[in-house]
Design a binder for this molecule. Structure first.
Ligand code: SF4
Ligand code: SF4
Length: 142
């Protein structure tokens, strides 16, 4: 009796659409409220450092290249981020957001989990500076 019932389920399921999603071949849009990768709008940033001070995970560094001309580089340590949203809520100039589109963040190495935001030439300058022999790891400037 039990076997017949199981067979009925098996045969019946052959004609039903599967409930599973064929990820990563099929992707549904993430909910609006999903907290993914941190994004930063450099053009709005005043360099106040509030986000750096408020981050409980020490996941943000803001390096000042030229404060008068609002040239900053943000170094985001995605592997430390807890996606708590605190920096986003506390930024008075609304520069920060946790993207609900960039959420596939797994990586096989550490490198892609450190993200630099800012002008290309500023990032280049910073990377070259830190690669110089004897250069100390860059510290966030106030
Ligand atoms: S809190 Fe906002 S304005 Fe201040 S440094 Fe961070 S991103 Fe820039
Ligand atoms: S979301 Fe939270 S942990 Fe991530 S950078 Fe912002 S304050 Fe830090």
């Amino acid at each position: 009796m039990k076997l017949m019932s199981m067979l009925g389920d098996v045969v019946g399921s052959l004609f039903k659409k599967p409930f599973t999603e064929q990820y990563p071949f099929e992707k549904k849009p993430a909910p609006e409220s999903l907290r993914g990768k941190l994004t930063w709008d450099a053009s709005k940033c005043s360099g106040c450092m509030l986000c750096v001070k408020d981050c409980p995970a020490n996941a943000i560094e803001l390096i000042t290249i030229d404060k008068a001309n609002k040239r900053f580089v943000m170094k985001y340590h995605m592997d430390r981020c807890t996606f708590c949203d605190q920096c986003v809520v506390n930024c008075r100039l609304k520069c920060l957001d946790l993207s609900n589109e960039q959420w596939e963040l797994a990586a096989l190495s550490h490198e892609p989990l450190t993200v630099y935001y800012g002008r290309d030439e500023d990032i280049q300058f910073l990377l070259e500076k830190s690669a110089r022999p004897g250069a100390e790891a860059e510290a966030p400037c106030a």
